[in-house]
Write a protein that binds this ligand. Structure first.
Ligand SMILES: [Zn+2]
Length: 323
């Protein structure tokens, strides 16, 4: 008998795993419980978390260098391409995408399957400094809001999008899209968070939850799996458990798309070698002195793509509607 799983209450065959903070190389040890029944991995004792979100954590999403906004011609291309990418009739948009197909690479892949309008009300929960919202602005979206519990006061992006210092429980209003990109795993109470997300969704709206999932990389790398990320990640689900969990709280799950990257390999291999993410030797495209060859990285990119097709990658996007 161990402590009960906080998702399914199971007490049998739960396993305790100890792992270290390695994003910033603090190397402090934390204990997780892996449920013997539903497989959810959960941080046992949550410390005061502010110390683990230093200013550089938010500034990782700097908004001074949004690729699609750096020149006037790029901004124009994005505006027309955005119409076409939303499924509007736009001959200019069509030719922009034919002549400059790279423009579409900057459009968030997780939004492609959604039926969006320029005036769709889009809320980004845990948006940091608002980089993604600012990108959507350049693609012509007009109704954008953001909130982040770790910004210290309300901020405005260069295009005027307001980002409020709020937790999901504090946000008000009604939205067609509520999206959480690698945020849900940071929230202390998944059940309360999903209830809040439901409250914020307009009838017919979609919640989009992108997060790590325990699959191949967890089995392969165990305590060195880069997406354990102690102590910031509080709950990591298995796909099946999260789908059942969402259904039990009144959602339907219309799709689950895997979008893992080569990072599940290079990040975890680094942690195995005791190299933190912020280490000068860390693999970061374009940086000097990385420990992995370009060939190795390409192999891992191909392996991640294959894992995604097999639904075994280490992160996925869940699309939820109110039942
Ligand atoms: Zn469980």
């Amino acid at each position: 008998m161990t402590e009960p799983c906080r998702i399914c209450r199971n007490t049998e065959h739960n396993r305790i795993i100890k792992t270290r903070e390695m994003m910033f190389g603090q190397r402090e040890e934390f204990a997780y419980l892996e449920c013997g029944n539903c497989g959810t991995i959960q941080l046992l004792e949550v410390p005061k978390l502010d110390a683990y979100y230093p200013p550089e954590y938010l500034s990782m999403g700097s908004i001074d260098d949004i690729d699609i906004a750096v020149t006037a011609s790029r901004r124009l291309a994005a505006r027309f391409a955005g119409r076409r990418l939303r499924g509007e009739h736009s001959l200019i948009g069509k030719s922009v995408l034919a002549l400059k197909p790279w423009v579409a690479d900057h459009y968030p892949p997780s939004l492609r399957r959604l039926d969006l309008k320029a005036n769709s009300r889009i809320l980004d929960v845990g948006c940091g400094t608002g980089r993604l919202l600012e990108t959507l602005h350049y693609f012509g979206f007009k109704n954008l809001s953001g909130a982040d519990a770790f910004v210290c006061h309300e901020i405005s992006t260069p295009s005027g999008i307001k980002i409020k210092p709020q937790t999901v429980a504090e946000i008000e209003g009604e939205y067609d899209i509520v999206m959480l990109h690698h945020v849900f795993e940071h929230l202390p109470d998944p059940k309360a968070a999903l209830s809040d997300i439901k409250r914020l969704l307009a009838p017919g709206g979609t919640a989009l939850i992108r997060m790590p999932v325990a699959a191949f990389a967890w089995e392969e790398y165990g305590t060195h799996w880069v997406q354990l990320d102690p102590p910031r990640h509080l709950f990591i689900f298995r796909e099946k458990t999260f789908v059942e969990f969402a259904k039990s709280l009144g959602f339907t799950v219309s799709a689950v798309e895997y979008d893992s990257t080569a990072m599940q390999f290079w990040g975890s291999e680094q942690y195995r070698r005791d190299i933190p993410l912020n280490d000068p030797r860390s693999h970061d495209y374009g940086r000097e002195g990385t420990v992995f060859s370009p060939e190795q990285i390409r192999e891992w990119e191909a392996a991640a793509k294959k894992l995604n097709e097999e639904k075994r990658g280490d992160q996925a996007c869940f699309y939820l509607q109110k039942a």
